[in-house]
Design a protein around this ligand. Structure first.
Ligand code: AMP
Ligand code: MG
Length: 404
């Protein structure tokens, strides 16, 4: 048994303490990707009137009861209704109206026939078989009825939802503000990308990695800065970040070494620590807490640890902050294309790529899964979880996992 809590327990502890940011009214064109803050019900039925799904003729079904190949029925055409127009006279016995796709069904008519199934002139249409009342009519409200719940708060606005809002003549919607997520790198060894190489120093890659991860969640990354391994430096960054942002991500200094000072600085900033360390590899070292409802997630400096822990714990927490109702990734089963040769005394997270090449969903696992190896994270879109106490995993094994 690990001395650390599971990633699911860690996630729950944070999710209990973090709530969505406030809301704003935003017009349609700026809504894609935003998170709805209120349920949306239909204002009107769609389609708003009975309409024709085809180019054809509308008539009274009763007129065609006797129609057959040998003895067809010929109806007189009263008028033509293109889409966007309405009829001027009701359809009476022995008459028809030419309708085009999307046109409203004229009063009196209760059936439509496609023009391909008729013979016609400019004045008449001839029908060769009986038609049922209601045939080829799309009823008002068949898609959506006025008052129907269209979508619940917490949904991300996609193409379908945006189109639905527009079809309802809804010009704007109340959505959650885009959370601003501050990013702080800690470590005296870090230099900024673009500066000359200095012996013993490394470039700060985590800040860009986390920027990309935050952007992908639809949130705004805010670069707060870089702190050396001392409490005053880290504390200053945390204070600045808390003042400017809705949540913070830090990397570095969360283990138990002499220079691991991030948790101390978090506490001095007034952050309530909810846990330190999680049973996962990579990503074990971490410290999470909240400050006035704002999540503060401190991850390991090791890039692969940081990104693994981010996907397992921080990302769901940030999704909740953003108002998304489905913040925990759905569990999926994946079959490994290749095996993994090491034992897993604790819970292990494998990063990999979905492989759909033979028509089934499988996962390709780069062999290098070390906690400092970031190159093998390029292109990863899925994580699989090896349960604690497992031996080496042969290829073809099915594991639980989630998409990232
Ligand atoms: P730490 O979590 O501070 O013990 O750091 C673990 C490892 O990650 C060390 O090798 C650090 O040099 C490295 N590291 C820390 N911060 C970063 C960063 N921002 N970018 C890249 N590597 C880092
Ligand atoms: Mg360090």
């Amino acid at each position: 048994m690990s001395k650390f809590i599971s990633h699911t327990e860690a996630r729950s502890r944070m999710l209990e303490r973090v709530f969505p940011v406030d809301t704003e009214q935003v017009s349609l064109s700026r809504l894609p990707g935003r998170i709805l803050a209120r349920d949306v019900s239909a204002r009107e039925s769609i389609p708003p009137f009975d309409r024709s799904p085809y180019d054809g003729y509308a008539f009274r079904a009763g007129d065609t009861v006797q129609a057959s190949q040998g003895s067809p029925v010929t109806l007189r055409i009263l008028e033509e209704i293109p889409a966007g127009s309405v009829s001027h006279c009701p359809v009476t016995e022995g008459c028809a109206v030419k309708v085009l796709t999307g046109a409203p069904i004229p009063d009196g008519a209760d059936a439509v026939i496609k023009f391909e199934r008729t013979e016609f002139t400019a004045e008449t249409v001839t029908i060769f078989s009986p038609c049922k009342s209601g045939s080829n009519i799309v009823r008002a409200g068949e898609d959506v009825r006025a008052g129907d719940l269209l979508v619940k708060a917490g949904a991300r606005i996609d193409a379908g939802l945006l189109g639905t809002l527009a079809s309802q003549n809804i010009p704007s919607a109340e959505v959650y503000r885009v959370p601003r997520i501050g990013i702080i790198s800690t470590g005296s060894e870090l230099v900024e990308v673009g500066s000359p190489r200095i012996p013993g120093k490394i470039y700060d890659s985590n800040r860009y990695m986390l920027c990309a991860a935050v952007s992908k969640l639809g949130m705004e990354p805010v670069l707060i800065g870089q702190a050396a391994d001392n409490v005053p430096d880290i504390l200053a960054c945390i204070r600045q970040g808390l003042a400017q942002c809705d949540g913070l991500l830090l990397t570095g200094g969360v283990s138990v070494g002499d220079y691991d000072l991030t948790p101390d600085a978090m506490e001095q900033a007034g952050v309530e620590l909810l846990f330190r360390g999680v049973d996962m590899k990579p990503g074990m070292a971490c410290a999470y807490g909240v400050w006035e409802g704002k999540p503060v997630c401190a991850l390991s400096g090791n890039p692969a640890s940081a990104i693994t822990n981010f996907h397992a714990i921080a990302a769901p927490v940030l999704r909740k902050l953003s108002g998304q109702s489905s913040c925990i990734p759905q569990e999926i089963s994946v079959k490994l294309v290749n095996g993994f040769r090491k034992k897993s005394p604790g819970t292990r997270f494998l990063r990999g790529m979905l492989d759909l090449s033979d028509g089934t969903v499988r996962m390709r696992v780069p062999s290098e899964q070390g906690n400092a190896v970031l190159s093998s994270a390029i292109g990863c879109n899925v994580m699989a979880i090896i349960p604690a106490g497992s031996d080496a995993i042969p290829e073809g094994t099915e594991l639980k996992g989630f998409l990232i």
